[in-house]
Design a protein around this ligand. Structure first.
Ligand code: PLP
Length: 387
């Protein structure tokens, strides 16, 4: 093995996929309720995405950001249109990079819009914002700030709950960044009225509201952005995961045109391949949403989770989340690793979130037959759990 030891991986030997089904080298099928941690928004080998990638690769993959890139401009316009308000986008390759861009935007805004420089960004306890040194420190969980990697970048604070955030806004604060549905720290959908209250406070103080929609954005919860479900218009929204349906792309969309040439950049970010693929992804997802299929899938998936939760009251506590970003929290005594191993054995892929939540992030176009088969396998897996 020549890999650095960063993941404890399951070795399924996946070779190909079709929709929400993966196949190993022996041709065995696995129902995929994980979609590469919310990345494969259109499942595997989606025909429109394959076509977009093929066509673009036959023309030009990359030119660098030194030259204008048409699909990048189109994608920025498409994002603004989907948001329903004017936004300026920067494209990168991952969620952490999108959040790094948000940090820089906020810092420049804080340095240029007030008499006294403002730079501090507040996040929520249990949040997750990435693995770079800055986004690790931005992440509101002490376990992500081990002394081994210190010193970290300063200027980030985190608090337990929106009320605490509001109380701790001070003269140094420039922005608050939150995930409207926390994805890694347990599936926690924030309270709508609390979020609106925070938006109001920030607006009054001319401070920035940043929503990290890396996991919960791009139709994952039923709308292009979860902020729409919450009735807010953030100043900055970050995206990644589902935007490229498997082709790496991150985006940071901002209502304020803060940067000037030289302020930020990326070699690969927003290249022809990534942005033309993301355009095809958005067009497909929009069709699924408009046809009513997305809302129908959300309903069916939720009904199945509710049924599973009621069938095993000794295992599950409650269902959490929104749209197709869902979790089942477990009773304290239940061993989550054992449950995931049983699901693996029964060939249905599910995820863990936090310490006590099973997480479900199926592709947004998952078929009814795949949902049915996946829950059949999951029911069998859970029946095999010995308390
Ligand atoms: N923000 C959120 C909410 C995430 O869920 C993640 C990844 O799980 C990130 C940021 C980091 O994204 P990436 O792994 O693409 O850098």
């Amino acid at each position: 093995m020549y890999l650095l030891d960063t993941y404890a991986r399951f070795d399924f030997g996946f070779e190909r996929g079709n929709g929400a089904t993966l196949f190993d080298k022996k041709g065995r099928d696995y129902i995929d309720f994980a979609s590469g941690i919310g990345v494969n928004s259109l499942g595997h080998a989606n025909k429109s995405i394959v076509k977009a990638i093929k066509e673009q690769s036959q023309k030009i993959l990359h030119s660098s950001n030194l030259y204008a890139i048409k699909p990048q401009e189109k994608l920025a316009k498409a994002i603004s249109k989907e948001l329903g308000f004017k936004a300026f986008s920067f494209f990168c390759n991952s969620g952490a990079e999108a959040n790094e861009c948000a940090i820089k935007l906020a810092r420049k805004y804080g340095a240029t819009n007030f008499k006294e420089k403002k730079f501090e960004i507040i996040t929520l306890k249990n949040s997750f914002h990435g693995r770079t040194l800055a986004t690790l420190k931005l992440t509101g969980q002490d376990k992500f700030h081990p002394e081994i990697y210190a010193p970290y970048i300063e200027g980030f604070k985190f608090y337990d709950g929106i009320d605490e955030i509001i109380k701790n806004i001070n003269e140094k604060t420039v922005a608050v960044m939150i995930e409207l549905v926390q994805g890694e720290g347990g599936i926690n959908a924030l309270d709508k009225s609390e979020v609106k209250r925070l938006a109001k406070v920030l607006k009054e103080k001319k401070l920035l509201f940043i929503t990290d929609e890396v996991q919960c954005g791009v139709y994952r919860t039923g709308e292009f952005v979860t902020s729409k479900l919450y009735g807010i218009k953030p100043d900055i929204i970050t995206f990644a995961k589902g935007l490229g349906a498997g082709v790496p792309i991150g985006a940071c969309a901002c209502r304020h045109s803060v940067f000037a040439p030289g302020d930020h950049g990326s070699t690969f970010g927003g290249n022809f391949l990534a942005t033309s693929t993301a355009l095809a992804v958005l067009s497909e997802l929009k069709k699924i949403k408009k046809s009513g299929k997305l809302d129908e899938t959300i309903e069916i998936f939720n009904e199945n989770l509710d049924a599973l939760c009621s069938k095993f009251p000794q295992i599950f506590d409650k269902k959490e989340g929104l749209g197709l970003m869902l979790g089942l929290s477990l009773k304290d005594e239940i061993d989550i690793s054992k449950l995931i191993n049983l699901a693996n054995k029964n060939r249905v892929l599910i995820l863990k979130s936090g310490v006590k939540t099973l997480r479900f992030l199926p592709s947004l176009n998952i078929k009814k037959s795949e949902i049915k088969e996946g829950f059949k396998r999951l029911t069998k897996a859970i029946s095999e759990y010995k308390i």
